[in-house]
Design a protein around this ligand. Structure first.
Ligand code: ACM
Length: 267
């Protein structure tokens, strides 16, 4: 596979200030990359109080929808820069609301993922994702998406690897301390690259404060952390990677996907 330059963009959104959050995030996307990943709920901020509030910010993202302002801006940026963007945003689909990630290619075509494993109050605010773990050809490779708390469930990254993802684009709003370390194992056990784009800053809109942990990073299939940002500032973590096929052999006799024994596993 040809090398590709990928970026994890680390932002500090301010709740509800959509236009300025979007512009600040896009201004951080490096000019020369094939794939840039923005955080979960990057345009709105995280701590919604009610489903009605989510609905007031959510956009339609489905394949046939007319793009709203946020998706429209992502499409325009992808077209003018030649960069495929993956970004997390609130999605409206009829009466349902999803915590979603959209993949936007420079030619305007798109892919969609709806967060499967909802975290804390998200369970009252969003419907659980119903699209499983699709993989999309993009940026010269095969890209799958998972969102933030999906990291805790090895099945998410495994499903993406089994579906052929070489790169996992991972928009996050992380508040627990373990994900950045856990993604090293997710990459090693699946033979994939992961681009984890987290946010920084704090929100206190729902009676408790959340502090977001930054540390956006890019990890390679052998678990090497290629680059990592600090825990407080905004910026972009950039790496040139050579995505192969998932599950690259670990030794001459061991293939991390091929050696599995699903007939002996439960669940
Ligand atoms: C999270 O899933 N936003 C922690």
């Amino acid at each position: 596979m040809n090398p590709v330059t990928v970026a994890a963009v680390q932002t500090e959104p301010f709740f509800g200030r959509v236009a300025s959050n979007v512009e600040a995030a896009l201004a951080l996307v490096p000019g020369n990359c094939a794939l840039a990943v923005l955080p979960e709920l990057f345009a709105t901020g995280y701590q919604f109080r009610t489903r009605d509030e989510v609905a007031s910010f959510a956009e339609e993202l489905g394949p046939d929808c007319r793009p709203g302002p946020i998706l429209g801006r992502l499409l325009a940026h992808a077209a003018s820069s030649g960069t495929t963007l993956v970004a997390g945003l609130a999605e409206r689909a009829g009466a349902r609301l999803f915590n979603s990630a959209v993949l936007v290619r420079p030619d305007g075509t798109r892919g969609l993922y709806r967060k499967v494993h909802l975290f804390m109050d998200e369970k009252q605010l969003f419907d659980p994702g119903d699209l499983a773990f699709p993989v999309f050809p993009a940026a010269g490779t095969q890209v799958g998406m998972m969102i933030c708390f999906d990291w805790l469930f090895p099945e998410a990254a495994r499903s993406l690897a089994l579906a052929g993802a070489a790169v996992i684009a991972h928009p996050c709003n992380l508040v627990l301390p373990w994900c950045q370390e856990a993604m090293i194992t997710r990459c090693l056990e699946n033979g994939v690259h992961a681009v984890t784009a987290n946010r920084v800053g704090r929100e206190d809109r729902a009676g408790f404060e959340l502090a977001f942990s930054g540390g956006s990073q890019i990890v390679a299939p052998r678990g090497e952390r290629l680059v990592r940002l600090d825990r407080t500032g905004t910026g972009a973590a950039v790496a040139r990677i050579e995505p192969g096929t998932p599950g690259t052999p670990l030794t001459a006799h061991n293939d991390v996907l091929g050696d599995r024994r699903p007939e002996l596993y439960r669940g």
